[in-house]
Every structure is written in C-alpha cells, then in structure tokens.
Design a protein around this ligand. Structure first.
Ligand SMILES: NC(=O)c1ccc[n+]([C@@H]2O[C@H](COP(=O)([O-])OP(=O)(O)OC[C@H]3O[C@@H](n4cnc5c(N)ncnc54)[C@H](OP(=O)(O)O)[C@@H]3O)[C@@H](O)[C@H]2O)c1
Length: 513
C-alpha cells in the first residue's frame, strides 16, 4: 500500500521536520544548575536524535577558571545524571564533547566579550559555524540587561565578520518582576536585537500536551463547535506542586506564586485554550491570537481583587508521612513573610466566545501532589430524563488535558451501570501519550532549543503577550497590597479552606486531580 506524501514538508510553526542551520550556542551561566540539569542534557538528547546541525559548537561562559576538559567532564556527569537516554552513549557524547568549549569571564568585563568574539570567529573558521550564534541567558535575571548591552557594545551582534549570519538570544524566566521591569528588559533587547531574534522561554510551551492543545482543538471537528459560552460552564487550570521552595527561598520570597507561575506558564495555557483558530500554524499567527485573549481579560480593580482572588501560604504539615516546615521557617524566607505560595483566581475573557465563562486558575506549593492540567467543564445536560431517574446525580462532561505527570487527554461522560436499574455513572475515556505512541516525549528544553536553533519562535512568548500578562498580574498585586496577609494552609492539603469557599460561592467545586 502506498502512503500519502506529507502535505507540509518544511513548514515552520507547530509542524515538525525542520533542518537546523550551523550554529554556536553560547550559554551565559554555563556552570549553573539550569545548564547542568536541563540545557546540556537537552543538547545531548538532540545530538542523540541526530537533530543538531552538522556544524555546531557550545561555548560555556562563566567566571570560575577551568579548562575546556574540566568543563567537558562536569557536563558529562550532568548528562549521565539527567539525560532521558540512559546509559550515556559514548560515541554520541565524544562527538558532542569535542564541540564543547569554556570561556572564562565576568559578565561585566568588556574585554571578556571581545575575547569571546575572537574565539567565536576562530570556531567559525575551524567548525564552519559561519557566524551563526544562539546566546542563552541562563543567569540570574539581574544580569540580563548588562549581558545584552555588552553583546551589542562588543560587536557580537550584527557583526562585520558575518553580516548575513543569524544572531538569536534566548532569555530565561523570570522575564521581569512587574510590567515596568519587563518593559525595561524588552527595551534593552529591542536596542540590540530585532523581535524575530528574541526567544523568551516559557518551558511549558515545550511540553507535548501543551502543543497538543492546538491539535486537539483544530484537527478534530467534534470539539470546536462546543468550545464556547453556549456549552462550556467553566474552565479550571491547575498547576499543583508537592514541593516547597527547595532552597530557592531568597528568590521566591521576593516573587511569590502569582509572579512565578501564573504570569507566565498559566497565562500561556489559558491563551492557548481560549484563542480563536489562527489563520496558519506559523508563529506570528498564533501569537496574534494568543495576545487577543490576554487583551480581552480586563485587569481587576482593587475591589475585584478581593472578590476574585484567594492567596495562601503553607504552614507546617506532613508530606508523604514526613513532617515539613512552614514557609516562614524555610531558609532565606522572612519569618513574617506575606509572600503567597498558593493562589486561586477567577478571570473572565470578555469576548464573544467566552462571555460569562469563568476561568479558574489555581497554583500552589506543598499541595498533595504534583500535577498540571486544564479541565474544560461542560454545562450539565437538562435533568429531565436520566437526571431525574438516576440514583446518583448526573455529572457534567469534562475534557481534561493532563500536562504532568502522565501526559494525556481524558473525557468524562455518563454511562449506564449494567443491570436492571437505571443507574448512571461517570466513566473516563483516557488517552496517554506513553501508551498510545510507545515513546517518551522529548523534554521541553529539547524542543525549545531545537526551535531556537532553527529560528522558529512559535513556542516562545512575544513582547506584547508578556507585557499584557504583567498588566493583569500587576493589578492583582496592587489590590493585594491593601489586603490582609495570605491565609495559612497546612502543608499537604489543597490550599486554604477559603479557596474552596471561593469557588463554592459560584455553585462549583475544584477538581481533585
Ligand atoms: N535552575 C533551574 O531549574 C531553573 C529553572 C527555570 C529557570 N531558571 C532560570 O535560569 C537562570 C539561571 O538559574 P541557575 O539556577 O542555573 O543559576 P545558578 O545555578 O546560580 O548559576 C549562575 C551561573 O551564572 C554564573 N555567574 C554568576 N555571576 C557571574 C558573573 N558575575 N560573571 C560570570 N558568570 C557569573 C555562575 O558562574 P560561576 O559558577 O563561575 O560562578 C553560574 O554559571 C535564572 O534566571 C533562573 O531563574 C532556572
């Protein structure tokens, strides 16, 4: 039997099959935790899959002195620990290792960038990387603007040496601390790079289920007609973590749950689930639709903040039978901290499709389990037939997109229990990536690094998206400034009881994923 030829071979956007061009990835902060746990294992995985360019190199930039070989040995351990391919394949590693180099310098030292420039040009001559660069800012956010300015001032962008080569930059989270700091960072980026060269990372967008939201909605005819205020009662987006702040107290205490998770990851999930069908699957078309959703969310007034949000902070409790400390007892956290470790929000998207449909967002640390999902809860069917007869109340349909763990999609529907009585029970149709496709999904950073290497920004966030979501979040933070402290909740439960009351007032309840 003949198979049909692919209809869209080399298209950018959400489709696959793209050929990477030569490239040097320069990682600022190359001895840090992110580089070790995520970035270099992801690059190794790409090498394992044969998805790196032929002409390729990695240059690590950090301040401690070390030789290329010492750096390679550290990264080998990191890959052996964190790659999804175990054990490490010596041939793949050796081939990658000879393309890895270390550059020692201080972020603030102009001479260090000039030396880097000369070193990169030498690599171009030796390895055929032709001036193409991907700069990765894997450093503390306070360093971002300084590095961007040094890159511009020292001829590493738009260089004379290779005028037609691409220079791109990936910026890690957090992207700003407020609208004004995000604007400042965007301004610095715009002073050195064109928007098409800027890749603001949100690793949630690299997750398979998140990319599948568009496929589920727009490659299936059965869902889209129901995806609106006529049939959807409400949508719940949950990102629950069982972990506490895990040694990140000094960062987290100045940030909190809303900035750390809602402004970026959860707003991205919300915009993908709520957006209109884009005209094409390419980056700009998708960004245009996502930002329209964010613009349709009106920033809350201080009164609405009291009505539509709940904050919590974890107290002592027990996780998997182990006693755990309160948030205020964590290292580098102020003993009278008012930082929230739990947040629940109700947002409305004021457009034709979603008018009157609440979007409930819930995120917290030290909750009973680590899970992320989007649940579309449909309206209840009229209770005239089965609803009136059944001994158990009729459950409305729900479509649940599980992002982690166990990525997949489930639909809850009602079915008759076998027997003479007319009893109905909810049953689940469940699709699991692992079971259906038999392979592990690539890590989010793999997909995102690959996309940045080939210059596809579809799964990154655009300037206007970031700024609009900060506007929404800033309004909430302003409302909280004149509100009482977050409600305490015992570690190991689903947030403060006030969060339950908050949704129960609307006649609804939180899902227990
Ligand atoms: N870690 C994660 O899982 C994670 C997850 C998501 C996002 N992020 C984000 O990723 C970024 C990096 O986080 P991280 O946890 O990897 O940080 P980290 O472990 O603290 O690493 C910091 C890196 O920056 C280098 N550095 C610091 N000051 C320097 C200076 N003045 N000059 C030159 N190099 C300097 C350090 O080099 P030396 O070793 O030479 O001092 C080290 O390589 C942050 O923006 C963070 O928010 C991290």
């Amino acid at each position: 039997m003949q198979t049909a030829p692919p209809t869209n071979p080399l298209q950018e956007g959400l489709s696959a099959q793209r050929t990477p061009e030569p490239c040097v990835v320069v990682i600022f902060g190359a001895t840090g935790d992110l580089t070790h746990r995520k970035l270099v294992p992801a690059l190794y995985n790409l090498a394992h899959e044969g998805q790196l360019p032929q002409s390729f190199a990695i240059v690590g930039f950090a301040r401690r002195p070390k030789t290329h070989d010492q750096f390679r040995a550290e990264l080998r351990d990191a890959v052996a620990h964190s790659s999804r391919f175990q054990p490490i394949n010596p041939a793949v590693w050796e081939s990658l290792a000879q393309a890895i180099f270390y550059h020692q310098s201080e972020f603030g030292d102009a001479q260090g960038y000039q030396k880097l420039n000369a070193f990169l040009q030498k690599l171009d001559a030796e390895r055929g990387t032709a001036g193409h660069r991907l700069f990765y800012l894997a450093t503390a956010p306070t360093e971002f603007i300084g590095i961007i300015e040094q890159l511009g001032a020292n001829g590493l962008i738009h260089s004379q040496h290779a005028p037609t080569a691409s220079q791109r930059i990936i910026v890690e989270k957090p992207f700003g601390h407020s609208l004004s700091t995000a604007e400042e960072l965007n301004q610095a980026l715009a002073g050195a790079f064109d928007e098409r060269q800027i890749f603001r990372i949100d690793h949630y967008l690299g997750k398979e289920t998140v990319q599948n939201i568009a496929a589920l909605r727009f490659a299936n005819e059965i869902f889209e007609p129901l995806w609106n205020q006529k049939y959807v009662d409400h949508i719940q987006i949950t990102v629950a973590e069982s972990l506490g702040v895990e040694g990140r107290g000094s960062y987290y205490d100045g940030s909190g749950a809303l900035r750390d998770m809602v402004q970026n990851h959860m707003m991205q999930l919300l915009s993908l689930v709520a957006m209109e069908p884009p005209t094409t699957l390419d980056g700009p078309a998708i960004h245009d639709e996502k930002v329209k959703v964010l613009r349709a969310i009106r920033p809350m007034t201080p009164e609405q903040v009291q009505q539509f949000t709940v904050r919590g902070q974890y107290a002592r409790g027990s996780m998997a039978g182990q006693a755990v400390p309160a948030y205020r007892e964590e290292k580098n956290v102020s003993p009278d901290s008012r930082t929230e470790t739990f947040v629940a929000l109700k947002l409305f998207i004021e457009n034709w499709r979603w008018f009157g449909v609440p979007f409930y967002l819930r995120h917290g640390k030290r909750l009973p389990k680590g899970v992320a999902e989007i649940a579309v809860q449909f309206k209840a069917p009229p209770a005239v037939l089965f609803g009136a007869e059944s001994t158990t109340p009729l459950q409305p349909n729900a479509l649940v997109m599980r992002i982690q763990p166990d990525e997949g999609i489930a639909i809850r529907m009602n079915a008759k229990v076998p027997g003479n009585a007319l009893n109905l029970q909810p049953v689940k149709m469940d699709f699991r990536y692992g079971g259906s496709f038999g392979a592990h999904s690539p890590e989010a950073y793999e997909r995102l690094l690959h996309d940045a290497i080939i210059g596809d920004s579809t799964l990154f966030t655009r300037r206007d998206e970031v700024e609009r979501s900060w506007q929404i979040v800033d309004a909430i933070i302003e409302g909280w400034n004149s509100a009482p402290a977050p409600f305490p909740y015992e570690s190991g439960i689903w947030g403060p009881p006030e969060a339950d009351k908050f949704i129960e007032r609307d006649g609804r309840e939180w899902r227990r994923p």
